[in-house]
Design a binder for this molecule. Sequence first.
Ligand SMILES: *Cc1c(COP(=O)(O)O)cnc(C)c1O
Length: 417
Amino acid sequence: MTAMLDSSATTRPVSRQTFDEVIVPTYAPAAMILVRGKGLELWDQDDKRYLDFTSGIAVSALGHCPDAVVHALTEQAHKVWHLSNAYTNEQVLRLGLALTEATFADRAFFCNSGAEANEAALKLARKYGHEKFGAHKSRIVSCLSSFHGRTLFTVSVGGQPKYTEGFEPLPPNIDHIKYNDIESARAAIGDDVCAVIVEPIQGEGGVIPGDTAFLKELRALCDKTGALLIFDEVQSGVGRTGALYAYMNHGVTPDILTSAKALGNGYPIGAMLTTNDIAKHFGVGSHGTTYGGNPLAATVALKVIETVNQPAFLARVREAADKIVANLRKLKADYPEVFGEPRNAGLLIGLPLADAYKGRAKDFTKAAEALGLMLLVAGPDVIRMAPALVVTDEQIAEADALLRKAIDAVLAPASAK
Ligand SMILES: *Cc1c(COP(=O)(O)O)cnc(C)c1O
């Protein structure tokens, strides 16, 4: 590469092939390149239209390029983009007020991603344990199949060994228990535990809703041992489950909550929320990040929270979820040999495959994509839907029709034999 960029570098044609040439191969993206979006619709380089039931993995909760957010972001872009953390800014203060007024929390720490929010939560729990009880209180308890991000600490806390293989040595003093298993929680959470981290609904792990009884038991065990209860709401937060945060559905209040994904609707931001008592263990200089609380990100997040945290908005999320799940129940009844029972928390929805089709979730999402419907998987055995929270009844009906066509396309070669 020469030092001087060709004058056409920003405008020359690029294709999926370019990805294979210049991007570190940590992903295997789809063949099309999406160039613009509005609401739940996206268009690729050939102007083919897609109905997006992924929201970029539960990120674009208000859909693509929502007018109110574009307006706020553009306005802020003309004022100031960045100040170091040696200065605060009005936007981050307003966002801090909005989040603490809307939740159990008294304090917010801002960063740029879900992994960073969890990293902050886990570091804070260690610091709290050290300062309040002593260095022995350092064990972290997490769940099998959980996902908490890709930094070395968060990937070690996550319960999916395939993501830590080859990255050893890993941070020590981390134990994993079975999700929704009260007995294994009781056995693992002792006096040396500083934090228990859990997703109120496991997203990446297969869309597994947490049992209220399990989450309540974690709360009780944390109260008994002095451990902090961390809810990772990176995927479940910001209206996805029909409540602003999923903990509100269970009546179980964590000590620390992490949020990201939908918080920025696609503009990178993460947040860690906690109480005064815990926050004081992160003194000046103990943690930080250059971009955390950046005015652009804070402007977007504030607009998102103001929009989502309205009773009518959240009621519609629950209504839309009920409609999609009703469609999936019919689908399961029509194809009992292909699907299991759909499961969900609001608009985070999983459709598991029956035994005969285990391992083939990608076949279904690929067939849907060819027909113009974007879906997610959650592991090899579960089709996942996470449409924008503003999904309309018409879009729900369109997705149902496209998914049925996709299923027929997958099953066709088999039944033709
Ligand atoms: C996506 C996700 C993360 C990681 O967020 P990043 O922004 O990718 O770092 C952490 N926890 C959960 C539950 C997630 O779904």
